[in-house]
Design a protein around this ligand. Structure first.
Ligand code: NDP
Length: 336
């Protein structure tokens, strides 16, 4: 059983020294347990926060812990009355080939599901995040302007497409020409601006000629600096993530912009609200799942995955996710 453990706490970008690959015997299920084999492993930005020894909405990893992650698994052996070998389940077994479970927290998946990995993306945590943050906090109205960064990614792509379905004008922000082309041509956003362009702020202003009514925050940093002066009175800002800060200090920390931020919140009467999907919206999952499955079947939603082959490549894939090298939802394919 190959598994990745936290060997030491990263300083900045996590490395192979921080996240170490170990070998251990494959565990055997006792009565009431099942042995799960990982087929797909989800890599998500929140995992970076769990590596730091700081208080958050969940306790941090301890040194030596297997890294946590949502997974799609096949039941290999079952000593549990509700499961049989071959069942497909959504689990939280982490960065490893095999794990034991007592059935708690498992969700059975339809064995005929066309895209089992979508349970980790469009129809799972990231899709749910984009949907709830946008509809509940952003609440865009037809004709309003919605802006979302990391627009080609797991959360951002859902935010923009749902906003379009609601009749809003949607401007994406993404890193590089290929991602921007995908966002306008495939996801059908009205515009997409490359945040690496030297005149990014200028281009964003032009694209948002009536200002911004909803800014769905995924990245923070320099992107937020360009967005702040464009926010309209009574704009809503669902704060979902600030990925540009996850590896610690960078150029965005050099200047204290807190007075500017607080002053703008007051004068523009902004509504800025953070949310954590796993803490705030569990009751809404069935409603989301039904709606998103329907849109998917009707061809109204596109979803791109960035599939990485082999558990051994997880650290590199995670580094890529934190530096914008991924193009779509990052999924590690661990076994057939
Ligand atoms: P993505 O698939 O969007 O991948 C991350 C993307 O972030 C990268 O591709 C890159 O896109 C962008 N990025 C990375 N570093 C920077 C940077 N320094 N500055 C600007 N952009 C950067 O990831 P997810 O969709 O899974 O996650 C998006 C956000 O949502 C994250 O902040 C995550 O933490 C948050 N989240 C929050 C949840 C909650 O409950 N609050 C739940 C799930 C996710 P590009 O190349 O286009 O810049």
């Amino acid at each position: 059983n190959r598994r990745f453990v936290l060997a030491q706490r990263p300083q900045g970008m996590p490395t192979n020294q921080d996240i170490r690959l170990e070998e251990a015997p494959v565990p055997q299920p006792a009565a009431g347990e099942l042995l799960l084999r990982t087929l797909y492993l989800s890599l998500d930005p929140y995992m970076r926060g769990r590596m730091d020894d700081v208080e958050s909405y969940t306790p941090p990893l301890a040194i030596g812990d297997v890294l946590g992650a949502g997974t799609v698994c096949r039941v290999e052996k079952s000593e549990h009355a509700d499961y049989k070998a071959g069942d497909l389940v959504l689990a939280y077994t982490g960065w490893q080939d095999f794990a034991l479970s007592n059935g708690e927290g498992l969700q059975k998946l339809d064995p005929n599901m066309q895209h089992p990995s979508y349970a980790l993306g469009l129809l799972g945590m990231p899709g749910f995040t984009g949907y709830m943050g946008l509809t509940d906090i952003g609440n865009p109205q037809a004709g309003e302007t919605v802006v979302v960064a990391a627009a080609s990614g797991a959360v951002g792509s859902v935010v923009g497409q749902v906003a379009k379905l609601r009749g809003a004008k949607v401007v994406g922000i993404a890193g590089g020409a290929d991602k921007c082309r995908y966002v306008t041509e495939t996801l059908k956003f009205d515009a997409c601006i490359d945040h690496k362009a030297p005149d990014f702020a200028e281009q964003l202003k032009k694209a948002c000629d009536k200002g911004i009514d909803v800014y769905f925050e995924n990245v923070g940093g320099a992107v937020f600096d360009a967005v702040l002066p464009l926010l309209n009175t009574k704009a809503r800002v669902p704060v979902c993530g600030v990925i540009s800060q996850y590896n610690g200090a960078n150029s965005a920390f050099e200047q204290d912009r807190l007075p500017l931020l607080m002053g703008t919140i007051l004068k523009k009467r902004l509504r800025v609200q953070g949310f954590i999907i796993s803490q705030d919206y569990n009751d809404h999952y069935p409603e989301f799942f039904k709606q998103m499955s329907q849109w998917l079947a009707e061809g109204k939603i596109q979803f791109r995955e960035d599939i990485v082959d082999g558990l051994e490549n997880s650290v590199e894939a995670f580094q890529g996710l934190l530096s914008g090298k991924n193009f779509g939802k990052v999924i590690v394919k661990v076994a057939e």
